[in-house]
Design a binder for this molecule. Structure first.
Ligand code: MGD
Ligand code: F3S
Length: 835
């Protein structure tokens, strides 16, 4: 049966409920919410004085009323040890979402830990250690002592390169600036760890190196720019499903023409109309369908490129725009480097003319490579660059995400898009910007990572090769989110089992013998793993110590969204059991390392672990962000609290009249993030499928396995696996296939299929999709019940170790008829339709 919440009555929020500022901890957009808590034995009344809304709830409320909440926003949780009602509800006054929720954020309430209502009961509550053949709960002191002793032993035997670290670098649910500062101070200041990687990729690197090298930080505009743009040009992103309220609250009004009055007021003296949009994506997405419905088909151009050929398209657009004279010569002269300046060893970073020559591509050639109609490429060039009236430049906003970032030739393709934005003078200007759409919120402040080097170490390969002795894993699950995932898992299990077996052979209480046994197993190729997470993960099953972290709502934390909007998300409930903030866990590891090193007589080494005497999140923030972030000196918790759900846009410029003064858009003064303030263009010639093995795979296997996100599911489904709504809809990762391809394969809707190639195999559930192109499938990524990364060969990375997931080819065979767990599913086209 399809999912039902079975709730017939919800309590009214009383007038005296406590109100807390909350930033949705899921995606980059960072919608503003309020959390309301009040004693479990109380409830409000319909009378205006008896409820938080101050209205008579006995009367019918208007269609757009704020005076309600949904069952998914509700729970009963613990606060300061007492049971309280909890409602987490979108805030209409937040400029990001204006009261909109998403299918993810509007469930923050029901995805909270509740012993009374049984939600998220899988949360980790106590430190766990491998003891007598299983994971057993223990105290923080016991667990941290073991972590410190084994880590110190590994460093003694192998140096700091023997310690491998996987650490998230995000805000939101990942723990915010406090998380990155805590872990950063531990691994980059007290230690100089080089073998470190980030949560979603196998090395410690930027996903947008090219844009940064060119002097263009990747989050450079304001969400308002999507309302002011004449054209939005978006590559490899599906914002309706992945940045939902940014799309609904800022793009759609512009596409509908409802922001014209705002445009007139802000951009006087220019003609204005509803925006046009160009979407570059090999498949027809929910975003394409929604744009057509909202803007009308004539204002939407879907460029369904052949997978991985964006660079050819972008270079042809750059060439056409330049040849037509649609470039902004004044901007190029004032804000970009002149000829002869390079700034990169291979001359790739350069001036406009040299870059244009290197990138030059004809429309015909691009049409051949991309499979597009030449007339559509010309149309896109016009929509981007053609002046909207004589002498009045078109305002074009450029956006991209994983279809580009996790696609073919990341560095050059990223640079090729920035080339067009710079050439048309569209960065630092209202209605412009060249931005990644982003994933999760950001919250990065760490000591210098310069020692990591470039290219950074391919950490997952090191682990597969048997290198390293200890692995600290912070909020990552490589089993679901790496490439070459089957092989990774096989070797990782083998190595960690060696340590488990050694541990099982000595009494746990004999610490000396235990550390010696672990060290012996490591010398024999074993790996000792400490997993720090909020929930049990698949990689966590291999761990020897598991440390329970607290998450948003349970601790105070700060983060910024896709327009650099920083907020303080306040604590409104208790963490489960003994769970602690990540920053404080990092401090615990540091304090224990200091103690153990002193015991070993290594005073100089021990001294490096001083300075972790934090008691609260705010201490971590003041030590990290306040002292080290650009403009951080103006920012404190109290000031942020006063700025509510709107916060300010980073970097902070000052503090006046009780408000932090922010920065609406970067580069508005025409100066970029380079030593001389001038942006660079990039020589980015097309070179086919760049990552090793991709071309051969494309020629040897029958179907493209394009892959990515869907609206319901958040990341690797780490909270969703215990959420009935999501699991009811997607018990298995879907594989969208054209119905004719299904017929030829003998596969019916909901059947389980094996997808396999030279790198590995995985499984998915067939979902007939008539808008899919023949031979091109789309699989839900990073799913616990079928890992797409199993199909991506280990060499499938660019020269800076950014994985190429999107270009994957494989064969398909049927495994089983649709199981009972999918019998209730609808297989209708999920896209919203015209008319
Ligand atoms: P994806 O689905 O990974 O999401 O946000 P997006 O990048 O929007 O990929 C986007 C599109 O890339 C897909 O539609 C795919 O068809 C297209 N694509 C594939 N190959 C190519 C190609 O060769 N060229 C082009 N031009 N396009 C291609 C990702 C973002 O989403 C991120 S990074 C995170 S961390 C967040 N995760 C997330 C989530 O898990 N669930 C939901 N619902 N929202 C999320 N928001 C964030
Ligand atoms: Fe949350 Fe808003 Fe994204 S509600 S999931 S931040 S679109």
């Amino acid at each position: 049966m399809a999912y039902k919440r079975q709730i017939d009555r919800l309590p009214i929020i009383p007038a005296n409920a406590e109100v807390h500022n909350v930033t949705c901890h899921y995606c980059i957009v960072g919608c503003g919410y309020h959390a309301y808590t009040w004693d479990v034995n109380q409830e409000g009344t319909p009378a205006p004085g008896g409820n938080i809304f101050g209205v008579d709830l006995a009367e019918q409320q208007g269609a757009e009323t704020e005076n309600w909440y949904a069952p998914s926003m509700y729970n009963i949780v613990k606060k300061d040890g007492r049971d309280v009602h909890l409602v987490v509800k979108p805030d209409k006054a937040c400029s990001v979402n204006s009261g909109l929720g998403s299918i993810r954020g509007a469930r923050i309430g029901e995805t909270s830990y509740s012993q009374l209502r049984g939600t998220q009961r899988q949360r980790l509550t106590d430190p766990l250690v491998w003891r007598y053949g299983q994971m057993q709960p223990t105290s923080w002191d016991d667990a941290l002592d073991l972590v410190a002793r084994v880590t110190a032993q590994v460093i003694e035997e192998q140096g700091e390169d023997g310690l491998i670290v996987s650490a998230a670098d995000h805000g939101g649910a990942g723990g915010g600036y406090e998380f990155t500062w805590g872990t950063g101070k531990l691994y980059f200041e007290a230690m100089k760890v080089r073998n470190i990687r980030i949560h979603n990729r196998p090395a410690y690197n930027s996903e947008v190196h090219a844009s940064r090298d060119m002097g263009v930080g990747e989050l450079n505009n304001a969400y308002e720019d999507a309302e002011l743009a004449d054209t939005i040009f978006v590559v490899g992103a599906n914002p309706l499903e992945t940045q939902t309220n940014y799309f609904l609250n800022h793009w759609v009004p512009n596409l509908r023409g409802t922001t014209i009055a705002k445009k007139r007021a802000l951009l006087a003296g220019e003609p204005h109309s509803a925006a046009r949009i160009v979407i570059v994506d090999p498949r027809r997405t929910a975003t394409v369908a929604a744009c057509e419905a909202e803007a009308g088909k004539d204002n939407v151009l879907h460029l369904a490129v052949k997978s991985g050929t964006d660079l050819a398209l972008l270079n042809a657009l750059f060439t056409e725009i330049a040849d037509q004279g649609w470039t902004d010569q004044a901007f190029i002269a004032a804000s970009t480097v002149g000829s002869g300046v390079t700034g990169s060893p291979d001359d790739a970073l350069t001036d406009f003319g040299a870059a244009l020559e290197a990138c030059r591509m004809s429309i015909q050639e691009a049409a051949r490579i991309t499979g597009l109609d030449p007339a559509d490429i010309l149309k896109a060039a016009r929509w981007i660059g053609e002046p909207k009236a004589p002498g009045v430049r078109r305002r074009t906003m450029f956006a991209y995400e994983k279809g580009l970032i996790w696609g073919n030739d990341n560095y050059r393709t990223n640079g090729a898009l920035v080339n067009i934005a710079l050439a048309t003078g569209n960065i630092g200007r209202e209605g412009g910007g060249c931005v990644r759409m982003g994933g999760h919120q950001e919250g990065y402040v760490r000591p210098s990572d310069a020692h990591v080097g470039r290219p950074a170490t391919y950490v997952d390969r090191l682990l597969i090769e048997g290198k390293g002795g200890a692995h600290h894993v912070w909020a990552c699950d490589h089993y679901k989110t790496t490439l070459n995932a089957l092989e990774f898992k096989r070797i990782y299990k083998e190595r960690t089992d060696k340590v488990k077996d050694a541990m099982s052979a000595v009494p746990y209480g004999d610490r000396k013998a235990m550390v010696a046994a672990i060290a012996g197993a490591i010398r024999d190729g074993g790996l000792f793993v400490v997993d720090i997470d909020i929930v049990p993960t698949q990689i966590g099953e291999a761990a020897h110590v598991v440390l329970p972290a607290a998450t948003a709502g349970e601790i105070e934390l700060t983060s910024m969204n896709g327009e650099r909007r920083m907020r303080l998300s306040e604590r409104y409930m208790d963490p489960p059991g003994q769970a602690r903030a990540d920053g404080l866990i990092a401090a615990g590891i540091a304090n224990n390392l200091e103690r153990v090193l002193r015991e070993k007589g290594k005073a100089v080494q021990a001294d490096r672990f001083k300075g972790f005497d934090w008691q609260r999140q705010e201490d971590v923030f003041m030590d990290g962000y306040h002292r080290h972030a650009r403009g951080g000196e103006h920012v404190t918790y109290d000031r942020l609290r006063a700025m509510g759900t709107n916060g300010f846009q980073e970097p902070a410029q000052g503090f006046a009249n009780g408000r932090i003064i922010g920065t609406k858009r970067l580069y508005a003064d025409g100066r970029f993030s380079t030593p001389d303030g001038k942006a660079r263009f990039l020589k980015a010639a097309w070179r086919g499928l760049e990552a090793p093995g991709k071309r051969a795979q494309s020629e040897s296997f029958a179907v493209l396995v394009n892959n990515g996100r869907t609206n319901h599911v958040w990341q690797s489904a780490y909270l969703d696996i215990e959420n009935a709504l999501v699991m009811d809809r997607w018990p298995y990762p879907f594989l969208e296939i054209h119905p004719e391809d299904m017929r030829e394969l003998g596969v019916g809707q909901g059947d389980l299929v094996e997808v396999y190639n030279d790198a590995g195999s995985t499984q998915a559930m067939a979902y007939p999709t008539s808008s899919a192109r023949r031979g091109e499938t789309f699989m839900l990524f990073a799913n616990p019940a079928g890992v797409q990364g199993n199909l991506v060969n280990g060499e499938g990375v660019n020269e800076l170790v950014i994985p190429n997931y999107k270009q994957t080819w494989a064969n398909i065979r049927k495994l089983a008829d649709a199981p009972e767990s999918v019998a209730h599913l609808t297989f209708k086209d999920p896209h919203y339709q015209n008319g």
